[in-house]
Design a protein around this ligand. Structure first.
Ligand code: ATP
Ligand code: MG
Length: 256
């Protein structure tokens, strides 16, 4: 089993976009996928059309060891795709993790029973550097970092890589950076805008050309695919799926 987190420490960097579409493309490729919505904003839960009922367990209860992994896992409308949902109550877990002393290890431990039942676990992360983020980095084998092709996105990449490095140096994580996906890469006609071009080159200079993945272009089609619960092919834009195909190729290599 491979545990992969979509992580970037600023808001609006494409974490949920990557997590939703990646998990659907993985499920379509035949992998059994467990999505963990670790963001109290719970956008992932919404996009997978799951409604949390008042008495149903979510990631919060799993973190607190009140329920088993199985009890917090729900099927989705997509074949091979399962979800551990969240709602805004997940914020309460910050305090629990802070007081536990071994907060960075909590999520990895809770997800251990998924081994054997799932091929890939995809975690969607909240934007701030928080106890939840620490526990995600602790749980992840691999991390994919989406970051906007802007100066803010470059800053998010730097902060995210730094956060991962700190935890691996402390022995609290063994996560590797599987890839960096520039998000909302802007093109005019056949050429990339100057800002996107400059920022993507700087990202590659910082992290290494070989770590970079093809970018997600600025396009309403991604939003439409997610809100309608379909794939890019279904909207007539198979070319836009290229970043996900490349990412899945890397995941295949790791799973070998
Ligand atoms: P948060 O930090 O709030 O969780 P995030 O990192 O998960 O944000 P997303 O929610 O994936 O980021 O995307 C940010 C915004 O960009 C959303 O409003 C989304 O609809 C929009 N968006 C997604 N894909 C594209 C695209 N290709 N081009 C332009 N906008 C997009
Ligand atoms: Mg999000």
């Amino acid at each position: 089993m491979l545990t992969l987190a979509s992580l970037s420490l600023s808001g609006g960097q494409g974490k949920t976009t990557v997590a939703v579409l990646l998990s659907k493309y993985l499920a379509r490729a035949g992998y059994t996928v467990l999505v963990v919505d670790a963001d109290p904003q719970s956008n992932m839960t919404t996009f997978l059309q799951h409604e949390v009922a008042a008495d149903q367990p979510t990631l919060l209860e799993l973190y607190r060891k009140q329920v088993s992994l199985e009890d917090a896992t729900y099927p989705t409308a997509t074949k091979n795709l399962f979800l551990i949902p969240s709602d805004d109550g997940l914020d309460q877990v910050q305090e629990y993790l802070a007081s536990s002393g071994v907060g960075a290890l909590a999520l990895g431990k809770r997800l251990e029973p998924a081994k054997g039942s799932f091929d890939v676990v995809v975690i969607d992360s909240p934007p701030q550097r928080s106890q939840i983020c620490k526990s995600i980095i602790g749980a992840a084998d691999q991390i994919v970092i989406p970051c906007e092709a802007t100066v803010k996105g470059y800053g998010s990449l730097i902060r995210t890589v730094e956060a991962v490095r700190e935890l691996t140096e402390d022995g609290a994580s063994e996560a590797k950076v599987l890839g960096v996906i520039p998000f909302r890469d802007r093109w005019v006609g056949r050429s990339r805008t100057k800002e996107s071009d400059m920022v993507i080159k700087e990202m590659a200079g910082e992290i290494g050309e070989n770590v970079m993945l093809p970018s997600i272009r600025e396009s309403e089609k991604y939003k439409q695919a997610i809100s309608q619960g379909v794939l890019l092919e279904d909207l007539g834009y198979p070319d836009l799926a290229y970043p996900f195909e490349s990412l899945i190729d890397r995941i295949r290599e790791v799973l070998k």
